[in-house]
Every structure is written in C-alpha cells, then in structure tokens.
Design a protein around this ligand. Structure first.
Ligand code: CU1
Length: 155
C-alpha cells in the first residue's frame, strides 16, 4: 500500500515537472496580450527570440464593449515609422475589418480587430524582423495608439 502511494507521488511530481518545463519553453515563442475597456494593453514590452521558428501573439479583449466602440488589435511596425503611420494612415474609411489601415508594406503584421470577450491569434515570422531594430506594437483603432502601444524587439 505504501509503495503505491509513493509511486503515485513520484508520478504526480513528474507530471508537474513536465508541465512546468513545457510552460517555460512555450513561453519563449508566444505572448498573450490583453486589451481592456479602459483602452489599455496589459503588456508593454514583447521580446522575440531569434531561436523561435515562429512567434505567436494571442490578443484577448478582456472587456465587454463591442469592437465598434472599443475594438483592439495588434499592429507591428518599425518604431521610426510609427508616428507617420498612426497620424496619416489610420482612417475610419479604411474600415474596421482592415484595422482602419490601408495596405502598406510598412505594416509588418496586423491582427484582427476584436471586441469584448473575443480573442484572436496571429503568427510572426521572426526572420522578417531584424535584431537591433526598434519595433512598436500598437492598436490601430482610431485614437487608441497614443496609449495602446509597447516596444517589440528581436533578441
Ligand atoms: Cu484599441
């Protein structure tokens, strides 16, 4: 009886250890960003390892407001071009399905725009980014970029 309890304990410990190591390795090539009804991201900095074949960004809207009122997305651009893009390209006429942005090679990655309770996931190919270049991720819903933005770097 004793040995069965001991084996169970060892197995449980092993399972816990495996779960932990999976989390540690998995965390390197993915990030979860949550946007709120208060127009905030909970993440201000994303670091991507060059060792990642691909990097997954999961955007969760933790609020309740619909996308039309408080939509959030994640757009990645070079920091040097961010101001120009934010001030000249974000227009209502581009439509919510396009993140209010036109087609542009300066927009490196763009997620879907989500509303409260929704989420979306997209993949970044780290090979398309350069280490040493400063990137910015931001929300392109009109008016949000001033607050909803953060630094993204490739290490
Ligand atoms: Cu937003």
């Amino acid at each position: 009886m004793r040995s069965i309890v001991r084996i169970k304990f060892v197995l449980t410990s092993l399972a816990a250890l495996l779960a932990c190591s999976t989390l540690v390795f998995g965390a390197d090539c993915q990030v979860k960003v949550t946007g709120s009804d208060a127009m905030q991201y909970d993440v201000k900095k994303i670091e991507i390892s060059k060792d990642c074949d691909k990097f997954t960004v999961e955007l969760v809207h933790g609020g309740q407001l619909p996308a039309a009122a408080m939509g959030h997305n994640v757009v990645i651009v070079e920091t040097a071009k961010m101001m120009g893009i934010a001030t000249t390209m974000i227009k209502m006429e581009n439509g919510i399905d396009n993140g209010f942005l036109p087609e542009s090679s300066d927009i490196l990655f763009k997620s879907k725009m989500v509303g409260g309770g929704e989420s979306t996931t997209f993949e970044i190919d780290p090979a398309k980014l350069t280490s040493g270049t400063a990137y910015t991720f931001f929300c392109s819903f009109p008016g949000h970029w001033a607050i909803m933005k953060g630094d993204l770097t490739v290490l």
